[in-house]
Design a protein around this ligand. Sequence first.
Ligand code: GDP
Length: 423
Amino acid sequence: QASTQLLRFITCGSVDDGKSTLLGRLLYDTGMVPDDQLAALARDSRKLHADTPDALDFSLLTDGLDAERQQGITIDVAYRYFHSARRSFIVADCPGHEQYTRNMATGASNAGLAVVLIDARKGVLPQTRRHTYICALMGIRQVVVAVNKMDLVDWREDIYAAIAHEYRELAAQLGIAQVHCLPAVAPSGDNVGRRSDRMGWYEGPCLLELLESADTAPAQGTEFRMPVQWVNRPDASFRGYAGTVCGGRVAVGDEVVVQPAMRRARIERIVTADGDLPHASEGQAVTLTLDREIDVSRGDVIADAARPAPVADQFAAHVLWMGDEPLLPNRAYWLKIGTRTVNARVTTIKHKVDVNTQAELAARRLELNEVGYCNIDLDHAIAFESYADNRTLGGFVLIDRQTNATVGCGMLDFALRRAANVH
Ligand code: GDP
């Protein structure tokens, strides 16, 4: 059953590691390339590589952006949809250049898995460490390491094994629980869409098989939570609260609490475009009606009454800065979390983290692409979860109040001060 679900994943690697080729090969191997596109691919490949007229350059299938072609680098997160016989996928193709850490964080924030490419000739690089750190920071707990270009190291098992060993140690340091390594050759598709017979020493599954069997959903906890996206009140007889369930499951008749004000009610109906449902679970967009008139607005969280979310207005959090101007302590920003927007200040930058080495350094400000561990004060208490438990209720963005630009993203760690009126 799990295999029919959608897996969101990201690919990371340094420039030239073979990301585009690997992704193009996956599209080809899953039959996602229609005949006319295949003909164009053969024509373009011949034009670009006169020395190997019969070989297909699969990177042409994915290096679509004009700007990317001109500059020879990937400049933004490109999302691509494909499917195999067993499962659908959305892949965020993440850039390898350092200045695009923010794009990678964006791609990783809703991914359940990362494919990390390593060039077999180069091994684990500082970039590999940085990408893995960002993945861990953004809550990714499953990584597939594709040690690519095995043909250029004579298919040697010892080289592969040393890289896999080094990567596993890195991942363990960063708290990534599930790591699967495989040796690959992207252009010929060895261990991409099918198992290779040229590396008999590797007996594991190919990349596609791993993607088909991976866990699809990032952890969202088991308790019912739904941030209210909007209040639907077409006339006096109907009042519903629309949103997407971001944790657990809810059924008609369940007792819920509307947070942060903690007003209680029971679920009367669960309405969808296709009719009423007896229950709804994580990921479903629904409109809930309650058995009594209570005050509910956009940004509130409807939660299991027996196990509500904690409510607080001061937090410790990781912040990844995406603004061109630095993050300054005590400056006011909008903080958007779930469907709620409040005023926020970073009161203290406790340290910043060197994304290449994970060393903790003193800092008075955070510059573009820097990560800091900070104390944050809000002007209103909110219902929240730690990011590790629930990405929706623990993940936030910071917005510049003058320009409305998103200047940072963050991950709540724990509350420094709980709201007094909540148990
Ligand atoms: P990206 O920058 O990570 O997207 O890398 P590309 O997919 O554009 O690949 C960079 C270069 O490496 C291209 O010339 C590819 O043909 C080549 N390449 C990719 N994978 C392999 C591989 O497994 N073996 C060999 N020999 N070349 C590869």
